[in-house]
Write a protein that binds this ligand. Structure first.
Ligand code: 2NL
Length: 335
């Protein structure tokens, strides 16, 4: 009995030492098989119990089982340690490295310019209106006093979506202003930014789709002075206090009188010019008021329209409108 017991203690000690020293999970598993597996040393010891005298067996069996329990505990502890070690970074962490940055996205330059213009108009009491890009001829042309034989209605200029009673892609956002006037009584103070479509071939100054903003002001006793003062205020806010505005007589079917708006600024003079054409405007034609059910004897108003791209090109010194639509990040990141 004593010889048998004397065998257990050193075996246990060396097994414990081996488990504690296992450098990784694979080595630990090998040590487990060697000592505690079906063909391991402690299983072999249990098999030798039968060679002992019957009265010695219980004490010897208990000794072996206690040793096994102790080894199982040590094994579990070492496994936890090694698992933790395996899950830790292999290289030391450098806490002085800069963090991973999430690049901030930004708005397209045309959206930025649109939002700037809209913000300026909101300051002076204008609301923003929105409407469909797919329109009918009535809202896009007829209600605006644009006759059936007007070149703007030609398939050369307009994308039509089927016949008869054709739908079309709006060529200006005036159609939205017509819809607003049909729905609500005067007074009206709105601006309508949005995408419009014309059948142009793309070149440095044309694109088949572009952004426009139109404005409409309807009240009693509205004058050309109100129109010019408002346009001047908006362009000074947008492009600087030195901006000068001038109106030249023009023709639009939906305004009378009608004007083209030129503007001048240090920026324009840097481009080697005195004046740049920037917008169209005028006093709303009485027939447009009749078409939407406003009494032209009572109500007066002005309207304007301009292209967002043109303003963005002047503001940022860009010479080709197509750059806005190529979505080249090298271009877009500059704004
Ligand atoms: C341009 C400038 C313009 C308007 C748009 C308008 C809208 C209504 C009534 C009267 Cl609902 N006018 N819009 C007025 C003058 C000019 O656009 O260069 N257009 C081709």
């Amino acid at each position: 009995m004593s010889t048998f017991s004397d065998q257990v203690a050193p075996l246990k000690q060396s097994a414990l030492a081996e488990l504690a020293a296992a450098p990784d999970l694979a080595a630990l598993e090998q040590a487990r098989t060697r000592h505690l597996g079906a063909h391991g040393q402690f299983t072999a010891l249990l098999k030798q119990l039968s060679s002992l005298a019957k009265e010695e067996r219980p004490a010897a069996g208990k000794l072996i089982n206690d040793a096994k329990i102790e080894l199982e505990t040590a094994l579990a502890q070492r496994r936890t340690e090694l698992q933790l070690k395996a899950s830790l970074p292999q290289e030391p962490t450098d806490f002085t490295l800069p963090g991973r940055r999430r690049p901030l996205g930004k708005l397209h330059p045309l959206t930025q310019v649109t939002e700037d213009i809209v913000r300026i108009f909101r300051k002076i009491g204008f609301a923003i209106a929105d409407g469909p890009e797919i329109e009918d001829e009535y809202h896009c042309f007829d209600a605006l006093n644009t006759p059936a034989d007007h070149p703007a209605r030609d398939t050369q200029d307009t994308f039509y979506l089927g016949t008869p009673n054709p739908l079309l892609l709006r060529t200006h956002t005036s159609s939205v202003q017509i819809r607003v006037m049909q729905k609500q009584p005067p007074p009206v103070r709105i601006v309508v930014p949005g995408r419009v479509y014309r059948r142009d071939n793309a070149d440095a100054t044309h694109n088949p789709t572009f952004q426009q903003i139109e404005g409409l002001y309807v009240d009693k006793d509205v004058t050309v002075g109100d129109l010019k003062g408002t346009i001047e205020f908006v362009f000074r806010q947008l492009l600087g206090g030195e901006v000068k505005i001038r109106l030249r007589p023009h023709y639009f079917s939906y305004t009378e009188p009608s004007f083209e708006v030129d503007f001048s600024s240090p920026l324009v003079r840097k481009m080697g010019k005195d004046w740049l054409e920037i917008a169209g405007c005028g006093m709303v034609h009485p027939r447009v008021f009749e078409n939407v059910g406003y009494d032209p004897e009572i109500w007066t108003g002005w309207a304007f329209g301009f292209g967002i791209e043109r303003i963005a090109m002047i503001r940022y010194g860009i010479n080709d409108i197509r750059l806005f639509y190529e979505n080249d990040l090298r271009f877009l990141k500059q704004f």
